[in-house]
Write a protein that binds this ligand. Sequence first.
Ligand SMILES: Cc1cc2nc3c(=O)[nH]c(=O)nc-3n(C[C@H](O)[C@H](O)[C@H](O)COP(=O)(O)OP(=O)(O)OC[C@H]3O[C@@H](n4cnc5c(N)ncnc54)[C@H](O)[C@@H]3O)c2cc1C
Length: 476
Amino acid sequence: MRAKALDGRDIELDDARVTALRSRLRGAVALPGEPGYDESRSLWNAMNDRRPALVARCLGAADVVEGVRFARENDLLLCVKGGGHNIAGLAVADGALLLDLSPMRGVWVDAPKRVARAQAGCLLGDVDRETQLHGLAAVLGFVSATGIAGLTLGGGFGYLTRRWGWTADNVVGMELVTADARLVRASADENADLFWGLRGGGGNFGVVTAIEYSLFPVGPQIVGGMVAWAASEAPAVLELYRSLAESAPPELTLVALMRNAPPAPWLPKERHGTPIVAILACHSGDPEAGERAVAPIKSFGAPIGDVLVRRPYSQLQSLLDATQPKGRRYYWKSEYLARIEPELCAGAIAQAERIRSPHSAVIFFQIGGALNRLPADHSPVGNREARFVLNLAGSWERAEDDASNVEWARTAWRELRRFSTGGTYVNFLNREELSDRLDAALGENVRRLSALKAAWDPENLFRANHNIPPRAAAAG
Ligand SMILES: Cc1cc2nc3c(=O)[nH]c(=O)nc-3n(C[C@H](O)[C@H](O)[C@H](O)COP(=O)(O)OP(=O)(O)OC[C@H]3O[C@@H](n4cnc5c(N)ncnc54)[C@H](O)[C@@H]3O)c2cc1C
C-alpha cells in the first residue's frame, strides 16, 4: 500500500506490517474501503476531503501508544482526529496514519473536587451532559458537536469565558502520548513546561488522551437564547448590542449576528430566508438576575422571534447546532477586537448585505473579562487584550459556489480587519493562513513554543497540526 513518509515522500507499507498493527491494537484498523475508514476520515468541513493511508480507531491510551510507535517504526506521516471540527481540516492528512480518537468518549466527574476528566475523543456535549448532573460546567464552546481536544489545545471560548477565561486557562491536567511513545501527565506540578505549551500551543507536542477541567457551579437552569429582528433594524440593534456589551456583568455573554433567517420553528415562516439581525445571550448566574439583565434585549423594538428564556444550560449549549451541520462547505475569516465601534457596526452591516448564501453569517462573540486579567505569557493562547471575536463565517452547500462564497468572506475581512487588535484565533485559522498568521494568533509565545517543540518532539513527528517547528532555545 502507498503511504506518505514524515518528510512527504511516497513510501510502500506492506500488508504484513498492517496485519501486525491490527494485532497490536484493541480498536479497529481500517484501510480504504473497509468499515469505519470513511467515517473516520470525514470532517465537519466538506471543503476538506483527504484520504489517509490507514486509520487506527483508538479505544484507549494504549492504542495511541501503539499507533505512535508504529508511525515511528515505519517513518509514517501521522495525524490525529478529535471531533473533526477544525475549519482547516488539520485532523486528516493524505497518505498518513490517522489516529482517530473519536471512540474515546468517557467522562468522569469528581463533584466535590469540581474536576472532570474527559477522554480526548469527547465532544463538548459529552462533558456538559455529565457535569450538569452535578450543577457544574467546564468552560467550553458554543456548538455541542465540537471536539474538546482541538478546542482546548487551541484556547477555547464560550458562554463562560467572560467569567473564567479561555478553556485552556481552566485545564488542571492533561495526559498525552509523546513523540517517543511515552504516556505522560502534564500539570502545574508535572512536566510544567509541557503543560504551558499544551494550553493553546495545539497538538504540536503529542497525542492528548485525556483532559482534566476545573468545573464551576452553573445552572442547571440559566437564562439564555436568542432574539431576532428584521435586518432593517440592524443599525439600532447593533447599537444596543454595543452599549449592553460595554456594561454587561461577567455572567452575561452577548453575541450579535447577521444572516438570513434559518427555517427555525421560532421564526415566522414568511421570514425564513430573509435577512435578520439577532442577539444571542447567556446569563449563567442566578436566573432572576438573568431575566433582569436581558430585559432590555427582549423589550427592544419589534422582534420577529424571541426564545431568550429560562432553560437548561445544556439546552443552550446545543442551540446553534442545527445551523452548523457536518458536511456543508465552510470558509471563515476572523479577527480579535478590543471593542465594538460604531464604524465597525456600519461596516459589518454593509458586509452582511453582501452575503451570498442562506447559511453565511457575520458574528461578534463577546469574550472580554477574566482572560484579560492574566499576563500575556500565562499560556500560549495569549491575546489577552481581546474582548470580542469577529467571525466572517461563510457556509454553503455546493462546490460550484466555492469561489463566490470564499470571495465574500475575504472581501468582508479586508474591509473590517482594520478594527482588529492584530491578533486572531488559532482555532479559526484557514489552511491558507497557517503559514502567515500563526504568529498573529500566538504572538510572542511562538518562540517559547518552538523551543519546547525541540525538547519534546525534535523530529517534528506531530506536524500535521498548527505546526510550530522545533528550534533550540539557544538559537533564539
Ligand atoms: C461549528 C463550530 C463551532 C465552533 N465553536 C467554537 C467555540 O464556540 N469556541 C471555540 O473556542 N472554538 C470553536 N470552534 C473551533 C474549534 O475550537 C476548532 O475547530 C477545534 O479545532 C475543534 O476541535 P476538534 O477536536 O473537533 O478538531 P479536530 O479537527 O479533530 O482537530 C483539530 C486539531 O487538533 C488536533 N487534535 C485533535 N485531537 C487531538 C488530540 N487528542 N491530541 C493532539 N492533537 C489533537 C488535530 O490533529 C488538529 O490539528 C468551533 C468550530 C466549529 C466547526
